[in-house]
Design a binder for this molecule. Structure first.
Ligand SMILES: Cc1cc2nc3c(=O)[nH]c(=O)nc-3n(C[C@H](O)[C@H](O)[C@H](O)COP(=O)(O)OP(=O)(O)OC[C@H]3O[C@@H](n4cnc5c(N)ncnc54)[C@H](O)[C@@H]3O)c2cc1C
Length: 113
C-alpha cells in the first residue's frame, strides 16, 4: 500500500502534524521550566492542540492499515483509545480553551472595568 501516492500524502501530513504538536509541547515545557509569565496559557494551548491533533492523526492510522488497524494484535487501536482519553484527562480540552480565552481577554476585562 505504501506505493500509493494518496497514502504517502496522508502519511506526510500525519508526520508533519505530529511534529507541530511535539513542538508545542516542548515550547510549553520550556516555558514551565523557566517560569515564564505566559506558561499557563502555553501549557493549556499545548495540551489541547497536541491531544486533539494526535487523536486525529491516530484516527487515520487504522484506515491506512485496513482491518489490521482494528485488531488488538497491533498497537494502533491502543494508541487511539489512549489519545482519546487524553482529551478528557488532566482537565478537559474545553477547560483548556477556557484557560486560554480567560488569559487572552484578561486585559480587555480590566480596561473595561
Ligand atoms: C481513565 C481516567 C483516569 C483518571 N485518572 C485520574 C487521576 O488519576 N486523578 C484525578 O484526580 N482524576 C483522574 N481522572 C478524572 C479526570 O481528570 C476527569 O474526568 C476530568 O478532569 C474531567 O472531569 P469530569 O469527568 O468531572 O468532567 P466534567 O467536568 O463533568 O465535564 C463534562 C463535560 O462538560 C465540559 N465542561 C465542564 N465545565 C465546562 C465549562 N466551564 N465550559 C465548557 N465546558 C465545560 C467538559 O469539557 C466535558 O466535556 C481520570 C479520568 C479518567 C477517564
Amino acid at each position: 500500500m505504501a506505493e500509493f501516492q494518496a497514502l504517502q500524502f496522508r502519511l506526510a501530513g500525519m508526520a508533519t502534524e505530529l511534529k507541530a504538536a511535539r513542538l508545542m509541547v516542548h515550547r510549553a515545557a520550556t516555558k514551565l521550566d523557566r517560569r515564564a509569565l505566559d506558561r499557563l496559557q502555553a501549557c493549556a494551548m499545548a495540551k489541547r492542540f497536541a491531544t486533539d491533533r494526535c487523536f486525529k492523526i491516530a484516527n487515520q492510522a487504522p484506515q491506512l492499515h485496513g482491518g489490521y488497524g482494528y485488531l488488538k494484535d497491533f498497537p494502533i487501536e491502543r494508541y487511539l483509545r489512549d489519545l482519546r482519553v487524553h482529551q478528557i484527562l488532566e482537565g478537559t480540552n474545553e477547560i483548556m480553551q477556557v484557560i486560554v480565552a480567560r488569559q487572552l481577554l484578561e486585559g480587555a476585562f480590566k480596561s473595561a472595568g
